[in-house]
Design a binder for this molecule. Sequence first.
Ligand code: SF4
Ligand code: SF4
Length: 324
Amino acid sequence: MNRLLGEISRRDFMKYCATTAAVLGLSELEFATRVSEVLAAAPAKPPVIWLEGQDCAGCSISFAGSLNPPFASMILDRVSVRYHETIMAASGHVAEAAYHEAVEAGGFVLGVEGSIPTADDRFCMVGGRPFREMVEEAGAKAAAIIAVGACAAYGGIPAAGPTGAVGVSKIIKDKPVINLPTCPVHCDHLIGTILYYLTTGSVPPLDKLGRPKMYFGELIHDNCRRRSYFDNEQFLTDWNDPAQKNWCLYEKGCKGPDTYADCPVRRWNDGLNFCIDCGAGCMGCAEPGFYAEMSPLYTAESERSLNIMARKAAGLIPPLKEKV
Ligand code: SF4
Ligand code: SF4
């Protein structure tokens, strides 16, 4: 197994397999063994095409920050990245030729980062062509399609502007699109989804918004360590008051009661921390409507925030202890 896992230590790989294994109903050891068998039996590393539209490349950076497994091990040992504008050495006509060759061959995993403009194709052109055409063309030949990050999933921040930005599933309608929102994508979500596909040959179970249930099945609010303060209506109003240090961040714009994601348990940066434990409210970046419906981010005046309090007043957000 060590040869197959390349630079990934056995301990780190087993730790990494935990979430995906549970979804498949396998033990971590069974899952790790299954991944190794699949990779060993594969005639070649699965090809990947990664397109970038209206984006900031933050999802590429988040992917590159993966520690378990290391990013370099993932892209050099596990998959064959045929086209990725940010990390590929080629440019210009050579890069375009690599893209067309990979699309022609088909059977690749397509990752799309960034949204697609619908108000006017000229808002996003790549190699002299509308980005929308590339998404349609590559999507038609892809074996699996992953919308990487909030912009590719639902339009994200660009959807708050004039470009008519939409997510991939509004362009490709005849195939399942796996949505991995959050801004940026969480590298665990991306690598876990790729591993799931390599291991099973299928798309993971998705919720009605196209998100893998294994990562987006629970409300942030239900796993938040500040939850008892929300139930007691102790809302932080002054970040400089030590007495309020651990209080609920709803008044500071937290959208945790309206956001499904595993951030409180998975956390970010190799499990180091996440938004709410840093003292900032959840911005709802895993939900459609981010950013426009979540703004303003740091007060409870957004459409979503008002909806949260209306539901609380109506008893639709019962105290956590009543749910147990
Ligand atoms: S509103 Fe935000 S900070 Fe408050 S309990 Fe819910 S998720 Fe936690
Ligand atoms: S806590 Fe909220 S804003 Fe922060 S990454 Fe998770 S979903 Fe996005």
